[in-house]
Ligand binder design. Structure first.
Ligand SMILES: Nc1ncnc2c1ncn2[C@@H]1O[C@H](COP(=O)(O)OP(=O)(O)OP(=O)(O)O)[C@@H](O)[C@H]1O
Length: 292
């Protein structure tokens, strides 16, 4: 029987680990009876999309995103519409989607998950035509994603420091949100549209989101007294954020977010410019993925 070919696409900029460790883990734990493999490295942001597209075109069985949510997004964007399977070797900082899917963070178990090769289909989200696998957002989370991208260092400490610093400076906006035709007007700290459950580090922004239900979860954190910021963080960490009186939760297939001054958003943790009207959609069961 011919072996299934896997292309590992390593993002050398994600996470904090040395690349040799990552390559050694692949070599040591991958089932070479079942899989042939090669390791490629991205050279610039979004390069993973091109590499994944080429791998699918060349007939690869699977492409493994070696990195965090941003890397998994890049790979999935290249695979969408093909039969090639996505896998994630969680090597990012927060690893939000890997944690949502309960993909082990330890090297050996992560590679053994790939070896077991259990394939299911996942939903993917789109905002103004741009894909996201975990979540997309406007407001405070987009601001932090932008500041995090500018930071030379990665990891939870940098993230926490940025949140603490900008929390007190942040001014909430009055937003218009439309969920499957129903209009909501709200003054919000952030609005997150989620397919997966968390930003990473176990910070569960959408604890009830299901990446296989064909729906997007809309999490609105309303204006709250800043002194209560840490209680919202505790709720996010223990999976009870939507029970807070400052949080509204909706679910739908088509969501629109509008603000006349909107210019910045984040998709899967990457900040980028946007128009002042965002149209979100979900494509159910769009991508094959390896899960535990
Ligand atoms: N060679 C590269 N140089 C610069 N940027 C890259 C390169 N390869 C990938 N990227 C970009 O790096 C960004 C961040 O990657 P990723 O999300 O995997 O890591 P992370 O931010 O450390 O992890 P997490 O999202 O789990 O917190 C992605 O948007 C990706 O496009």
């Amino acid at each position: 029987m011919s072996k299934k070919h896997l292309v590992f696409v390593v993002n050398p900029k994600s996470g904090v680990e040395r690349q040799k460790v990552v390559e050694h883990a692949i070599e040591q734990y991958l089932d070479k009876e079942q899989f042939s493999y090669e390791i490629q490295h991205t050279q610039y942001a979004k390069h993973g999309t091109e590499l994944a597209r080429e791998a699918a075109k060349a007939g690869a069985y699977g492409v493994v995103a070696v990195g965090g949510d941003g890397s998994a997004n890049d790979i999935a964007a290249g695979l969408l519409g093909t039969d090639t399977v996505l896998a994630i070797f969680p090597k990012g900082s927060g690893n939000g989607m890997a944690r949502t899917m309960e993909i082990p963070l330890k090297d050996r178990e992560a590679i053994e998950t790939i070896n077991r090769n259990k394939v299911v289909k996942m939903d993917v989200g789109f905002v103004n035509g741009q894909m996201f696998i975990s979540n997309a957002g406007v407001g405070f989370d987009a601001l932090i994603a932008k500041k995090f991208a500018k930071s030379a260092r990665r990891g939870l400490m940098v993230y926490s420091w940025l949140v603490t610093k900008y929390l007190w400076l942040y001014n909430e906006w009055d937003w218009r949100i439309i969920v499957d035709g129903k209009e909501i007007k709200t003054r919000a700290f952030l609005i997150n549209i989620a397919n997966g459950r968390q930003f990473g580090y176990n910070f569960q922004i959408a604890p009830d989101a299901d990446w296989q239900d064909g729906l997007l979860d809309v999490i609105v954190i309303k204006k709250f007294p800043k002194i209560l910021g840490s209680s919202l963080v505790i709720r996010a960490m223990n999976g009870t954020l939507t029970k807070s009186p400052f949080v509204e939760h909706y679910r739908g297939k088509e969501i629109t977010i509008v603000h006349p001054d909107l210019k910045l958003m984040q998709t899967d943790g990457d900040a980028h410019p946007c128009t002042n009207r965002l149209e979100f959609k979900i494509q159910a069961a769009a991508q094959k993925v390896i899960v535990p």
